[in-house]
Design a protein around this ligand. Structure first.
Ligand code: PMP
Length: 400
């Protein structure tokens, strides 16, 4: 029988006259999380961790690339440790402007705007490109930052089934004449599948709707040399298409950006609250991301290698009887029997020298817990072999 839920009761001490404990309810919340196997704890990583990393989002192995860390350090020395103000006051440097121009050019968009995170970029696009009375059509598998952007926007949000352009078309057709924006992850963060962007773009184009693609997991991995999911689908730079990206995954830095037509970017500069009221991105992060972009141009094979590593992981793990979705980019998630099994599986991998991610509710909206592997372009074949062996060897005891 489940333990009684005391989280809604008045704080202890109320009736006795003693002052109420304003955070007394956290105990009940913690017990509930524990019963469900959903406790999360921080595990600070040592700089010299010996673990093989299949857990981070450093898909191209650039976070510690000497050219990237040197560029970040140079930028801090030249411009300062912080941006010193919001972008519209003192926080825009010529380095920010250069990164924006290079990012837009690389991904095939007219213009770009750098913000302090991919999260802030999604909030900016969703709130500033809609108005009361607008319609947002959002894929059921979209990332939490998109969900929060929809909540913040003063528009009506309709959630459609995952990767279903026909459902998007029907939803738009049921609301003719409304200003509409369709939003999707380019590559979904849980299962690593790519959105049907060409079909979605056509549905949007023929109905006058904007398409916003969150390409956090596509930039650096999909498309020619890593130009991203919109470029891979041939829709980058189209008039009705906007992309958001993070600089913190394949580019190994920190920060985010919105990419799109120049008039849309100009509008965001004037209207996006997470741009206007936030301090500009730190120069070190800007310099690091710009160097990573330049590296991608010099070494275009990195993107293909990350995809190849992901496919190898998928083929060998499913070949051993494990369950995963065929990856389109660098994320491979392997299903676990329960949240507890996923936690134990990840812990066993860790004990064997392999860091893997562990996704449980609420990070997975379908309730299926997974261990999540990120393919890295800089993994050697030997590391890959050892990782596959560890994941398979630790799978059986926790059930599949
Ligand atoms: N969108 C997606 C799909 C993501 O996976 C993430 C990062 N987890 C973000 C946006 C947010 O990016 P950032 O970490 O730069 O805020």
């Amino acid at each position: 029988m489940p333990a009684p839920d005391d989280s809604a009761r008045p704080a202890a001490g109320h009736a006795s006259g003693a002052p109420a404990d304003p955070f007394g309810w956290t105990g009940a919340e913690a017990r509930r999380r524990e019963r469900a196997g959903l406790v999360r704890t921080l595990r600070p990583r040592a700089a010299d961790s010996p673990l093989v990393d299949l857990a981070s989002n450093d898909y191209l192995g650039l976070a510690r690339h000497p050219a990237v860390t040197a560029a970040a350090a140079d930028a801090a020395l030249r411009w300062g440790a912080g941006a010193t103000g919001s972008r519209l006051v003192t926080g825009s440097t010529t380095l920010h402007a250069e990164l924006e121009a290079e990012l837009a050019g690389f991904c095939g968009f007219e213009a770009a705007l750098v913000l302090s995170s991919g999260y802030a970029a999604n909030l900016a696009a969703l709130t500033a490109l809609t108005a009361p009375g607008s319609l947002i059509v959002s894929d059921a598998g979209n990332h939490a930052s998109i969900i929060d952007g929809c909540r913040l926007a003063r528009a009506e949000t309709l959630v459609v089934p995952h990767a279903d352009p026909a459902a998007v078309r029907e939803t738009l057709d049921a609301h003719p004449g409304r200003r509409a924006l369709v939003v999707t992850d380019g590559v979904f963060s849980v299962d690593g599948d790519a959105a049907p962007l060409d079909e979605l773009a056509e549905v949007c184009r023929t109905r006058g709707a904007a398409l916003v693609v969150d390409d956090a997991h596509g930039l650096g991995v999909l498309g020619d040399g890593g130009r991203g999911a919109p470029a891979a689908a041939g829709i980058a730079g189209a008039g009705g298409v906007v992309a958001t990206v993070t600089l913190s995954k394949s580019l190994g830095s920190q920060g985010g950006a919105v990419l799109g037509p120049a008039r849309v970017i100009e509008h965001l500069v004037n209207a996006a609250r997470t741009f206007i009221f936030d301090t500009g991105l730190a120069p070190a992060a800007v310099g690091g991301a710009r160097e990573s972009l330049r590296l991608l141009r010099r070494e275009p094979g990195r993107a293909a290698r990350a995809r190849e590593v992901a496919l190898t992981l998928y083929e060998r793990l499913t070949g051993a009887g494990l369950s995963a979705v065929r990856p389109d980019a660098a994320v491979v998630s392997v299903r676990a029997a329960s949240a507890e099994a996923a936690v134990r599986w990840a812990a066993d991998c860790r004990a064997a020298g392999l860091a893997v991610g562990c996704f449980r509710p609420p990070s997975v909206t379908d309730g299926v817990s997974r261990i999540r592997l990120t393919a890295r372009a800089d993994l050697t074949d030997r590391q890959l072999d050892a990782a596959v062996g560890t994941i398979i060897a630790t799978a059986a005891p926790v059930g599949r």
